[in-house]
Design a protein around this ligand. Structure first.
Ligand SMILES: C[C@@H](C(=O)O)C(=O)SCCNC(=O)CCNC(=O)[C@H](O)C(C)(C)COP(=O)(O)OP(=O)(O)OC[C@H]1O[C@@H](n2cnc3c(N)ncnc32)[C@H](O)[C@@H]1OP(=O)(O)O
Length: 252
């Protein structure tokens, strides 16, 4: 199984369990993500947490060995639209979700974290929209989420266009990391939610609903789909396939 969902004391945790491949997203992880979002709707759920197994990686984005079989714009669009729609649902449903960025978060992994409400980032983690190194853009809505969550325009343009993972302190300066932790990751979550957990769950859900009013507008979902389409267009080009070939060849 490529993921694990557990529920404990009002917190639903979604963990990608592919540490040997830096928790890259395959089709099973996508299905797991859909299940996780369904589970957030249970009455007694107060928070969600997304993380990756192990201490090296949060998620390294799409599994290039799997998704490399998608050659055309239309084939790529299917997976991008599915993930973009799931992340849009995650961002707009009422339960606050914490990205527990326990290690590297790049490509689609950084997009998943960007769709969450909070990003608790390990001191040793790096995160970035590295899609540009593969001659594509973000395709799961991540850039749209970050702009609508208030990352300044010029900083966001540089962050996405440079395609370079940043260390935790720079992620904090950018406004991407909510806070930076060291030590045990679950202790960091417990500490982060401590005050909020003492209140009735409807408080956090109501504030999130209020603060996502703009995000829930139909034109924002349309823009997220535009981001998926933009990536799918570039995906089809030789420059992308050649870059992925180089990455996969590097493995041997
Ligand atoms: C869909 C799209 C989107 O945003 O819309 C995307 O996500 S594009 C995907 C964007 N993601 C990427 O470009 C990530 C590519 N991965 C990397 O740059 C690197 O692997 C790092 C994640 C920085 C880790 O480097 P490090 O030197 O520590 O380890 P490593 O490269 O030996 O990785 C360990 C093993 O995991 C594999 N591996 C890591 N990330 C992978 C990925 N995303 N897809 C497929 N395989 C991957 C490596 O090939 C290697 O396999 P072996 O042990 O067999 O040699």
């Amino acid at each position: 199984m490529s993921f694990r969902i557990t529920k404990l004391d009002g917190i639903v945790q979604f963990q990608i369990t592919r540490p040997e491949i830096h928790n890259a997203v395959n089709h099973e992880v996508v299905d797991g993500f859909a299940l996780f979002i369904e589970q957030l709707a249970q009455e007694d759920v107060q928070f969600g947490v997304v993380t990756g197994e192990g201490d090296k990686a949060f998620c390294s984005g799409g599994d290039l060995s799997v998704f490399h079989s998608l050659r055309t714009e239309q084939q790529a669009l299917e997976i991008h639209e599915r993930m973009a729609t799931l992340l849009y649902k995650l961002a707009t449903q009422p339960v606050p979700v914490i990205a527990l960025v326990n290690g590297t978060a790049i490509g689609g992994g950084a997009e998943i974290a960007s769709a969450c409400d909070y990003r608790l980032v390990s001191q040793h983690a790096r995160a970035g929209f590295v899609q540009g190194t593969l001659a594509i853009t973000s395709g799961w809505g991540g850039t749209t989420f970050l702009q609508l969550k208030g990352i300044p325009y010029d900083k966001l343009l540089k962050f996405t266009t440079e395609a370079k993972p940043l260390p935790a302190d720079e992620l904090k300066d950018l406004g991407w990391a909510t806070s930076v932790y060291s030590g045990d990751k679950w202790a960091a979550v417990a500490d982060f939610v401590k005050q909020m957990k003492q209140l009735h769950p409807s408080v956090a859900k109501s504030y999130k609903t209020l603060l996502t009013t703009e995000l829930r507008k139909p034109e924002v979902y349309e823009r997220v789909l535009d981001e998926a389409r933009m990536c799918a267009k570039l995906w089809e080009l030789d420059a992308h396939h050649e870059a992925v070939d180089r990455f996969l060849a590097r493995k041997k």
